[in-house]
Design a protein around this ligand. Structure first.
Ligand code: ACM
Ligand code: ZN
Length: 638
């Protein structure tokens, strides 16, 4: 009944200003859109799911006279950002104003009185206006992200009435972008920031150095960017590229000048994102070593790696017995500490091949002088020395979980990637932890059936990311700062692929890191994800629809025959298949849950998913031999 009254009310208001406003027709359409939307049930689809949402009847309709009222100087940039977003989304000339009817009010309030959590917000939408209150500007910004998601994509701008209370579960909600293996421009990094803030991520970790390229200007070490930022151009399948020829020009690469980086940092700050810089040492350092060859144990001249399999083992680790290494690192960290406002600097520390240290005279002398029993302790000595260097420059050290080996530096924070175990150990030792276990958080892995995906090296399905929890049992949640999704870019050669690999797994992780654990619900999430896909389409952001593809699970039957089970990640889909090489549709056999067997003579299974009579997944064509190989290799699901 209230729905009906409300609808009549809206139509009355619309009719009233139909005669006066050039936007009247649009507004009238809004009221009809509102009618249809309510008839469909829930109208609010937010990712990450807020702490509490109470839907109310009615809608606030954006119109020509709507103003954005910004209370206080601390919100000036955010207010300008938001008005720009609204104009872009609706095409309406919405301006900031001082009040009046039909306003969207952004209000910073005192924490003691409001009960609003730090970085949280309360959002109230009524037919006559919108109010977002928070105790800090970031909270207002997050409230605005929610509000923007409440404007239906591609429809009239009617925002459903509701009361929403929200705040983050974790303070650290990150994405990592590897700009070394492939370089992404300043404009692309800023575009990535635009996309991540839609989902309330607040840390962008930039992997700025590796064997394949050095990406940040260090003024006192010009070779790093004149030489280390460039490699020979290769296209094709990463890891199988031809190594650099002796006199081949190094033309692929790029770097951020410090001025570029200051612009990125400022762009990020205006969107409440911290840029976390990573310089990966002591290994993954070939771009540095290629620029200054005296810094490795072997002191051999190597080219910057171009994604090739090296014919000999490259010495990509710094000689940590050599004092010159510490002098160079001091120069690098002095400049980085001055450039980046982040309280942390990430020093990598992962996957160090220690074989050269074991035979290098300088490294051996260092071990003897410092009474170090093995090369693990030598790495630990190195990390502790870098920790002191960073502390002296006012920064905290964070590194991959290998920094635990040989003894953890006293104040180090651990980023746990080889599963959760490193994070658990560090948390129990009283160290802060950021969780990024590869099998749930690595965005460079396959998102579904691999025959229809670009090549990579492992599997992390959307549901794996969604169902993971960053706080293992028996660990104090206070020690877990939060987590990240990590996009390594070996097999991500362009920005469209950055987007494809990040979304929608990034949506799942956004919810893991922001929303209360109790709010997680797979079917609800996949429904909300579809609303987001419409918004991403409107914003021309690429994303993967792999979660709609079939999952094939082959196994051997009692007589050694191959049996194939079929399922889907998203629920409610129909699976059609054929063994006769034709393209299946709803006139073909529908999978009924009983594993299927290849008929005599059949060599290929073709499968496609449908929903409500329409194809929704990609067709997968797969040979019996490939499925048999997966069984034999113990890879059951892709
Ligand atoms: C890593 O994936 N090597 C941190
Ligand atoms: Zn050495």
């Amino acid at each position: 009944m209230s729905l009906l009254l409300n609808t009549l009310n809206i139509i009355k208001v619309m009719a009233n200003f139909f005669l006066r406003s050039p936007y009247a027709l649009l507004a009238l359409l809004c009221s009809f859109a509102f009618l249809t939307a309510t008839a469909d049930g829930g109208r609010i689809h937010i990712i990450p799911e807020p702490v509490s949402v109470t839907e109310k009847p009615g809608a606030f309709v954006l119109r020509q006279g709507t103003t954005v009222v910004v209370e206080g100087d601390s919100l000036a940039t955010t207010g300008t950002w938001f008005t720009g977003q609204l104009r872009e989304l609706t095409g309406m000339p919405i301006q900031q104003g001082r009040g009046g009817k039909q306003a969207i009010i952004l209000d910073i309030v005192h924490q003691d009185k409001s009960g609003i959590h730090p970085n949280g917000y309360s959002l109230s939408v009524t037919p006559s206006g919108v109010r977002i209150a928070a105790t800090d500007p970031a909270g207002i910004f997050y409230g605005l992200q929610t509000l923007l998601q409440m404007i239906p994509a591609g429809q009239a701008p009617a925002i459903p009435c509701a009361d929403i209370t929200d705040y983050p579960r974790f303070a650290w909600r990150g994405l990592m972008l590897d700009v070394s293996r492939h370089f992404f421009t300043k404009a692309e990094v800023e575009k990535y920031i635009d996309a991540m803030v839609r989902y309330k991520f607040n840390v962008l970790h930039l992997h700025l150095s590796d064997d394949q390229g050095w990406r940040i200007e260090i003024k006192s070490l010009p070779q790093l960017t004149q030489h280390g930022a460039w490699r020979v151009q290769r296209t094709g399948h990463w890891g199988e590229f031809l190594p650099s020829l002796s006199d081949e020009p190094a033309t692929y690469g790029g770097f951020y000048t410090q001025a570029d980086m200051r612009e990125i940092i400022r762009y990020a700050q205006q969107r409440y994102v911290t840029i976390l810089p990573e310089i990966d040492i002591p290994a993954h350092s070939l771009a540095l070593i290629s620029s200054y060859p005296n810094l490795s144990c072997t002191q051999r001249p190597y080219p910057v790696n171009a994604g090739a399999h090296a014919p000999v083992r490259e010495d990509n680790a710094l000689c940590i017995g050599n004092d010159s290494v510490y002098m160079v690192l001091d120069k690098i960290f002095t400049e980085l500490a001055a450039l980046f406002p982040s309280e942390y600097i990430h020093i990598g520390g992962d996957e160090a091949y220690k074989g050269f240290w074991a035979t290098c005279p300088k490294c051996q002398r260092r071990m003897a002088a410092e009474h170090l029993g093995n090369v693990e302790e030598l790495q630990s000595y190195f990390v502790k020395r870098i920790e002191k260097m960073l502390t002296d420059k006012g920064k905290k050290l964070i590194g991959w979980d290998e920094i635990l080996e040989g003894g953890l530096a006293p104040s180090a924070t651990v980023m746990s990637w080889r599963g959760m175990a490193g994070g658990v150990t560090a948390a129990r030792m009283g160290h802060a932890v950021v969780m990024t276990p590869w099998d749930y958080c690595y965005l460079d892995l396959y998102q579904g059936e691999n025959t229809v995906e670009p090549p990579t090296y492992g599997m992390c399905r959307l549901k794996d990311s969604y169902t993971y929890d960053p706080v293992p049992d028996s660990v104090d949640e206070k020690m877990i700062l939060g987590g990240q999704g990590n996009l390594w870019s070996e097999e991500v050669p362009n920005y469209r692929q950055v987007e494809y690999m990040t979304w929608p797994r990034g949506l799942a992780l956004a919810e893991v890191y922001w929303s209360p654990k109790s709010a997680r619900n797979w079917d609800s999430f996949t429904g909300r994800m579809e609303s987001e896909f419409h918004r991403m389409d409107a914003a021309d952001i690429k994303y993967a629809r792999s979660a709609y593809n079939v999952i094939l699970t082959p196994k051997r039957g009692p007589d050694g025959e191959l049996l194939v089970s079929m399922s889907t990640e998203v629920n409610g889909l129909d699976i059609y298949y054929t063994f006769d090489n034709t393209n299946p549709d709803p006139h073909y056999p529908k999978y009924d849950g009983t594993p299927v067997k290849f008929p005599f003579g059949a060599v290929q299974l073709n499968v496609i998913t449908y929903r409500d009579g329409h194809p929704i997944g990609q067709q997968v064509n797969i040979k019996q031999d490939e499925l048999a190989k997966r069984v034999d290799q113990g890879r059951h699901e892709y």
